[in-house]
Design a protein around this ligand. Sequence first.
Ligand code: SAH
Length: 389
Amino acid sequence: MLTTTATVSTKGARRWDAGHPWIYRSDVIQRPTADAGAVRVTDQRGKPLGVALWSPRSEISLRLVDRDPAATLDAAWWRARIQRAAARRDGLDRATNAYRLIHGEGDLLPSLVADRYDQYIVVQLMSAGLERYRREIVDALLEIAKPAGILARNDVPLRAKEGLDTGVELLHGAVPDEIEVQEHGVRYLAAPWRGQKTGAFLDQRENRALAGRVARGAALDCFSYHGSFALHLARCADTVTALDSSAHALMRAEENFRRNGFANGHFVEANAFEYLKARERERARFDTIVLDPPAFAKTRPSLPAALRGYKEINLRAMRLLAPGGLLFTASCSYHLTKPLFLEMLEAAAADSGRRMVLRELRGQPLDHPEILTVPETGYIKGALLEAID
Ligand code: SAH
């Protein structure tokens, strides 16, 4: 007979008590024989701990979804859980029509991401246990958010580790190639089928608005993608240089500038490291600089090299600031913790010869909830700095 109960070690049980939903393969003492889906979980003495999503092929074998051992993951359960996530975002639609509706573990829905772009939803189902509930999840989203289309951007390597196929698949209705996003007064096109992540970087929305509010003079946005920060800078700065190593991203940035009627943008295809170095050699000056690079530390072993990279671009940006100039700098590397991020900025400031005031420390927006006891839910760090001499 198939067993649908898992027994976990004391270490695994303690992890759940401390608020972390993952149990690794090595902490599962007795594995269920059932296929991926929901299983009941007990500790070594047989005490029930709750219900978890079960991924037989994954290193993360169990993901706790309900502390009530009697919970049944039926349509009503998914509806209620997704409704709670939606309620947490109340009021966000006044500032934007694109936001994260479900931030996985941060919304107590492990391995599930759902981003809303206007009338459309892009989902990512990132575990075998979760995949089993695809129908219930799609039905709940249809009922709660009433989208015109749902697209699965399941083209993520994580799925392979779960033994799942990867690809992009339309799950409901129709989803266009491009969707106009309105974000704190600027407009840009998200690309749900082919763009980065689910079509745009929604996690920096509030930081972009902040950078836009303080921007002035000659501005530089160094890892601009489709002009995300640059568009906000363009509202108050005299000129904006949007820099990216991808010509295709820059083409989209130019189009987004036109869409907003901004005529003060310059678009530069370059490696940010080389560009900053060359400008420093010329003693160029900027009044506002944004650094929002891709994750340099994708794995823990790559952290030391990543730290050198972060320090280098920050050091050069600090040197390029005009007196009173502002730098908004960010890191989305999970492995670069908040203390390490600050330490890196301190080291860069020390070497830059500038005195940098820390005006604001920033993190993730409301729609990307970061749970203190689940560090994996938080990855964005940001700082607004001012060069006062
Ligand atoms: N700031 C953007 C997200 C940036 S994603 C936003 O808020 O939406 C990172 C971008 O950096 C990508 O567009 C990528 O093409 C670009 N990139 C990666 N390495 C680079 C490099 N060395 N120099 C310049 N751009 C780079």
